[in-house]
Design a protein around this ligand. Sequence first.
Ligand SMILES: [Zn+2]
Length: 210
Amino acid sequence: MFTRVLKYCPACLGEDITNNKYYSHERFMSQKGLPHSLCNECNTVFLNPAPSEDELNAFYISHHTEEAVDEIVKSGAMRVLEKGRREYFDEHRVKPLFKYIQSNAKVFDVGCGVGAFVYAMKQAGFNAMGCDLSAVSVSAGREVLKLDAGSLSQGDVYSIPNEKYELVTLWTVIEHLLEPEKYLTYIKNNHLNGNGYVLVEFPTTDIIDV
Ligand SMILES: [Zn+2]
């Protein structure tokens, strides 16, 4: 289905890789049977062959018809408000940041979906905002989480307002980018205050059915 064959690991550039180690199964925004390689040096699992830019765009368009995801996204936004989930967010995503940034710090969340992290950070007193490519996600976040246009905007990963932040976060976003290194350099050069941080979360193989 995809044509860009990778000879080395996209994370560590190591060449000791095992091809066809895992295959994806059917799930939301994915497709069954896509082969993944394992890097024997850093344990990164990656789609291989990977999509070209055109193939990636075509894939997202075919899997992301706004009507099809509308209900899923809206119920996802509702779950953000559930007590258990809010406590989980506070414990695992918000509180660990207290030792790195001040309570009124400016925070930007790239690819924020419905804005769950933006919402939690605002509740905790941070000056938080985010963007997401999905119009459905942005509209659900505004409607359900009451995030205004200044806090939640629609746009790709390069649509960050022309400002600098104490923290820029990418929660399971980096693996969607074709040129992750170039993107992180862009963040560092354009959107970080002198002592600012970038937080990058990677998905793990815990979510893969072997
Ligand atoms: Zn590697």
